[in-house]
Write a protein that binds this ligand. Sequence first.
Ligand code: DX5
Ligand code: ZN
Length: 230
Amino acid sequence: MTPTPTPGSALFRSPPPHTLVAPSILSADFGRLADDCIAVVESGADLLHVDVMDGHFVPNLSLGPAVCAAIRRHLPDVVIDVHLMVSRPSKYLEPFARAGADHLTVHCEVEDSAASLAESIRALGCSPGLAMNPDTPVDAILSDIEAFDLALIMSVHPGFSGQAFIPEVLSKAVDLRARFGDELRIEIDGGVSPVTAPACREAGCDILVSGSSVFGSKDRAADITAIRGG
Ligand code: DX5
Ligand code: ZN
């Protein structure tokens, strides 16, 4: 059966008209999660980034499909970008797709086959992404990346928000943009702020994830605009 793509998955399939800003809800007030998500969308966020951690792939636990489903209930039209920092992503693709995800990113460092993960994600109607940790060389994803819509470059060691941006990873974005042109979405995640965003855009990143900088801002609309570059 041909899967029906979610409306939001289309965002990842072609070059966006401008840099997209994706606040990471890991930095939201979990006690007021829906209100905080609505507030960043009303402040100009293009999509919401949902960080899923299993306490095994990374040394932290975060949230599961029920939280994703709650965001979907409160924000029926928002594009939900799920970042699976888990050792066995194959177990969680369908639960997150059912919970309303539009996009699912898995890590290249896990044992599950990247090619079959991409196929499963598409079969669920979502757009697939492949992430790499700061110490993982870009070569590690080259043989698989054409099965995906997006490469996610981690610019901090995954597990926690509020860490310092690692500028050395930007050369991976330059390399991927030179190899794949506009065909590939390049997302960068970790330590992105109005200060570090210009270098990310210049390196070719078109989706900028920002957690603590956006949710902790006194003027979220201004900071989202600054991260986007206007
Ligand atoms: C880190 C997560 C990031 C993080 C971003 O493991 O993948 O999405 O929450 O937060 P900041 O922008 O605060 O580094
Ligand atoms: Zn993330």
